[in-house]
Ligand binder design. Sequence first.
Ligand SMILES: C[S@@+](CC[C@H](N)C(=O)[O-])C[C@H]1O[C@@H](n2cnc3c(N)ncnc32)[C@H](O)[C@@H]1O
Length: 423
Amino acid sequence: MTADPARRAAFDLLTAALGRKAGLEVALEAPAFARLSPQDRGFARALAMAALRHLGPIDLALGRCLQRAPPDPVRMILRLGAAQLFYLDTPAYAAVDSSVALAEADRATRGFKALVNAVLRRLGREGLPPAGPTELAPPWLFARWQAAFGEAGARAIAATIAEEPATDLTPRDPADAPALAEALGATLLPGGQLRRAERGRIEEWPSFAEGRWWVQDAAAAVPARLLDPQPGETALDLCAAPGGKALQLAAAGAKVTALDRSASRLGRLTEALARTGLAAELVAADAETWADARQFDAVLLDSPCSSSGVFRRNPDALWTLRPGDIAKLAESQSRLLDAAARRVKPGGRLVYCVCSLETEEGEAQARDFVKRHPDFATAPAAPGDGGAPPESLTPEGWLRLLPHHMEGGMDGFFVARFVRPTA
Ligand SMILES: C[S@@+](CC[C@H](N)C(=O)[O-])C[C@H]1O[C@@H](n2cnc3c(N)ncnc32)[C@H](O)[C@@H]1O
């Protein structure tokens, strides 16, 4: 028996995704993955994503069949086998046989062939134990969401973990949205974006090459809209790559400076600017130490964060995050906010956002920022500002966008807007 390349690739993807090093995003761009046939790539990705989206219930089911923890590679093979049994249309015999072949193919797992066979056959016979939203999230994260958003909120968030998201697109010109919706067979979202049920090879979709739209989740499009740059204003995006928000600022007619410390990630923004015909000054630098004295009318800080709000597309983030990470990220967010404040002209405004569900990275940052910077004040959002769902508006005028706030789902984000009044 030989392991087929698609399942071997799914094994590599899952191992990278849960390995806390480069992660799934990098593994999907690795040369070995690109060399597979499109069909194998599609299956490998679908299989790894199914295992990640249902990791909670899969691990619960495996836990019932295993007396002691198997080595990690064996656990990965079992997770992929279970994902095929329960979440893909793979016939049971093929899910079991291909998993045994995967175990056979490597010296480290060969000795566990019989275990893989026995566990997967038993799972196939017994089925999955009943699991609700609570089982879909890592327990420690679920407990945090309960504390922050109540039992019903936490359950509603967790229920979206298993959902496959649609693809949201931002039109370069808002007036083009109805025509694009028709050409793409997409629906119009409240903020003026388009939602298409399909996923996959977007470069082949209508109007992609003409640069009339870019991919951007409905929630991710809210912060730049809340900043509301006016034509001719100067705008600084301090953590800009890969660049969806910088494109929005440029499309609104602002003179954009897009800074990111990763030159390679800025490369993706260079490509997107060329495709859309939009312009921005690109700077590869650290936002905290950038040696440039300019101040701007509008500053956007989309800070690095735990990414716990973007599990619909990056489910691995939930399982690789550790409790200690959040405090470290919060420290760096405070420093970046201080750096962003220095860049705002008197009379200018600042929008801070994170794709995180953790209050230390959101509400606590906004509260502490105005305490540390008495020259800034919250500029509260009004209902509907930025195209945000009404239920995301907090009493303070911040936006706490939760995945279940939009039908069909959206990413989780926190967004706050501040102004620096003229002295
Ligand atoms: C959440 S992502 C930004 C996404 C981007 N705003 C968009 O809409 O596509 C965070 C970015 O911050 C960058 N970054 C992290 N620390 C930084 C720093 N100290 N200075 C500048 N960029 C930084 C990372 O390279 C990463 O590209």
